[in-house]
Write a protein that binds this ligand. Structure first.
Ligand SMILES: C[S@@+](CC[C@H](N)C(=O)[O-])C[C@H]1O[C@@H](n2cnc3c(N)ncnc32)[C@H](O)[C@@H]1O
Length: 294
């Protein structure tokens, strides 16, 4: 499995590096993650509902690769008697989680723990009721080993929720020249492998099952916003800029020129000047459980 195709990292190196670019990388990634949550955040409620149906009052929740804390905070809000442990190997991002938790008045129930999750959880994470891994499994060198370690850290009956982006977002009306262009770029992204080398739809089911879990539900969560929130413009610009940088060798010169027109703010048809943006994308959630008797 490769690590190189997640567009969160695409143009800015990998999560494992510890060079001078780290702070800038974290800044760039944080912006992308927060915009994604602002626009696509409805999946958080939907997946939380699925978890609540299995574990109504979790005490200990872990967020594997918490990023800026999108999942951590949503879970802490939703499960009001829980402690949520945010784990990530970026201390920059964990600081953001801690700050956001404090601003939300949730810092009493949110803990941040720096950890390299490439193949295992820290040993002292035990008695977990819910493990959450959103857009992260494909980052870890040995997701199988990490899930095995997660299985052991969960109480019997505990829940694992894995979420991945299935279709990266598109923003232009489908039946326009630009919409068709965007569709071609989209196919090129998918063709290069997406979210860790999946060519098309990611499928974590075999890895989850091999770690001992039983899959309770696999849920498609589409986003289809005809009147998207204001953050969509920034999200679209950020997204398309990264796509532009990653596809120079794949897309046609015409398509790249069209992308540039969308990104140049002085162009009347640029993203920032349009009022017809939409958002279409989708995620997949796998809800799995450590059997009561295993
Ligand atoms: C695409 S972000 C997802 C963040 C968050 N879960 C969300 O859904 O918004 C991936 C996260 O995994 C973290 N990460 C990548 N490799 C890691 C590793 N080996 N150990 C711990 N965290 C890692 C990154 O720092 C980043 O915060």
């Amino acid at each position: 499995m490769t690590h190189s195709h997640d567009t969160h990292h695409h143009t800015h190196g990998h999560g494992h590096t510890h060079g001078h670019g780290d702070h800038h990388d974290a800044e760039t990634m944080a912006t992308a993650l927060d915009l994604d949550a602002a626009v696509n955040g409805h999946y958080l409620d939907e997946v939380s509902d699925l978890i609540a149906a299995l574990v109504p009052e979790p005490r200990t929740i872990i967020d594997l690769g918490s990023g800026t804390g999108t999942g951590t905070l949503a879970l802490a809000r939703r499960f009001t008697s829980s402690q949520v442990i945010a784990l990530d190997n970026s201390t920059d991002l964990l600081e953001r989680v801690a700050r956001a938790a404090q601003q939300a008045g949730l810092d009493g129930r949110v803990r941040t723990v720096p950890a390299d999750l490439d193949s295992a959880l820290p040993d002292d994470i035990t008695d977990v009721d819910v493990a959450w891994a959103s857009s992260t499994l494909h980052h870890f060198a040995d997701a199988q080993a990490l899930l095995l370690s997660t299985f052991r850290a969960l109480r019997p009956g505990g829940v694992l929720a894995v979420v991945e982006i299935e279709r990266p977002p598109t923003f232009l009306p489908r039946h326009s020249a630009e919409g068709e262009m965007e569709q071609r770029l989209h196919e090129a992204i998918l063709g290069r492998g997406w979210n860790g080398g999946w060519n098309g739809r990611p499928d974590w089911a075999p890895t989850i099952t091999a770690a001992g879990f039983e899959i309770v539900e696999t849920r498609d969560i589409p986003t289809d916003l005809a009147n998207p929130p204001a953050a969509t413009t920034d999200y679209a610009v950020e997204w398309l800029s990264r796509v532009r940088a990653g596809l120079t060798d794949v897309a046609s010169a015409d398509d790249l020129a069209a992308v540039d027109r969308l990104l140049h703010d002085d162009n009347p048809a640029s993203l920032r000047r349009r009022d017809d943006l939409v958002v279409r994308s989708s995620r997949i959630a796998w809800i799995a459980r450590r059997p009561e008797i295993s």
